[in-house]
Design a protein around this ligand. Sequence first.
Ligand SMILES: [Zn+2]
Ligand SMILES: [Zn+2]
Length: 147
Amino acid sequence: MECTNLSPADLAARLRDAGLRVTSQRLDVYEALASSGLHLSPEQILARVRGRHPTISANTVYQVLETLVGAGAIRRADTGAGARRYDANMEPHHHLVCTTCGKQVDVPCDEGPTHGHELDDDLGFTIAEARVTYMGTCPDCARAATG
Ligand SMILES: [Zn+2]
Ligand SMILES: [Zn+2]
């Protein structure tokens, strides 16, 4: 699907716009998540940035991720499948979740932020976003199950 990752310069501008300092930790945590193309937990991101930041802690990675969420650079991917993960894909999209290994995959969606799911006006809600999660088995786990 279309790549929506921010360049380091774009991310730096976004942090400054949000009144935040531009630090190498923030840039590198974002890069680790965005370049993966995956939905990663703080622990998985920690493993990817430790080479450049040997003293960084899991708690610091978590705080950096929440800062990036607040700046609108990434979002939480709460799909109800175990550990919290973060998502650098800010375009409207669905998620496929493997219930065996927890892998999460983006599914393109052309129907806009609400995915075409409009609700009854009587409820009085203005819908900003809809999240659709398909639970199932990924190809790797399906292969493993059949031996
Ligand atoms: Zn799987
Ligand atoms: Zn996603």
